[in-house]
Design a protein. Structure first.
Length: 269
């Protein structure tokens, strides 16, 4: 999605107040996730609405009706497509809520978002969690980190299911050394995608149809869900140079151990 002749926004449409207040943490959190997947990409908007090849969204105010029209119908004779038929109503409303939440953000730095204090659902009391598990949970979902585990993994119903389902790890996998597993692992699902225009990138294939293939592009952080026409693809290779170390940059050894403690705890629930 791109910004041309004014504004290009995430694939979204607003159905006024059908899901309640736009400002709810849950809606903004979901919109944040959708924006990261489909809008904050190298050839479009920047992370958290910052400027990239398309102008910034953060720190700007847009009328609700304007967003609806542009997102639903696109902008004629521009690179902004119509998205009204691609997302369900709830997703569209969430994206609009997130974009509107960027109005109070400065033009630089991370966007203020209501997801910062949004705790993932836990079926136990906080006091029952070991300190390391509690720290690992905070690190796993931390919305202030550009590189966070929930960018690629869903756990306890929160996150993007790009990578392996951590809740289904075997006892042997859970018993593995945390640092080796998280820092030096080589995910088996990652492929090397080669396009006919010369573009190459590591990706996780979501599905392949007779005309279109959906992949998560791992070239940037967070991963971007891309719909590729099969005619664009030259090859999907079994091997790629991607390593898990690229996803956990910035985590200390102790933080990785805490994350692994949380994964172990959650997988055994």
């Amino acid at each position: 999605m791109r910004w041309m002749a004014g504004v290009v926004l995430a694939p979204v449409m607003l159905f006024a107040d059908q899901q309640g207040s736009l400002g709810t943490s849950a809606m903004v959190a979901r919109g944040d996730q959708l924006f990261a997947q489909g809008c904050a990409v190298g050839y479009c908007h920047g992370t958290a609405g910052a400027a990239a090849r398309s102008p910034r969204l953060r720190g700007r105010t847009f009328e609700r009706e304007y967003l609806v029209k542009v997102i639903r119908d696109g902008i004629p004779n521009s690179a902004m497509p119509a998205w009204g038929d691609r997302l369900v109503d709830e997703e569209i409303s969430a994206l609009v809520a997130y974009i509107q939440s960027l109005a109070t953000a400065s033009s630089e730095g991370p966007a203020p978002t209501e997801t910062a204090n949004l705790a993932p659902p836990v079926a136990v009391k906080e006091s029952d969690l070991a300190p390391e598990v509690r720290q690992g949970r905070e690190l796993f979902y931390d919305p202030q980190r550009l590189r966070r585990c929930s960018n690629c993994h869903r756990l306890q119903g929160i996150g993007t299911p790009v990578g392996v389902d951590l809740a289904k790890l075997s006892k042997q996998q859970l018993a593995a050394d945390a640092v080796n597993s998280l820092r030096y692992g080589r995910p088996r699902r990652v492929r090397g995608v080669v396009l006919r225009d010369g573009d190459r990138f590591p990706a996780v294939v979501v599905d392949r149809g007779p005309a279109e293939t959906r992949v998560y592009d791992l070239k940037g952080i967070p991963p971007v869900l891309r719909n590729l026409q099969n005619a664009e693809i030259q090859a999907i290779q079994q091997q790629s140079g991607w390593r898990h170390a690229q996803a956990v940059q910035g985590y200390t050894t102790d933080e990785l151990k805490a994350v692994w403690a949380f994964v172990n705890w959650a997988a055994q629930r």
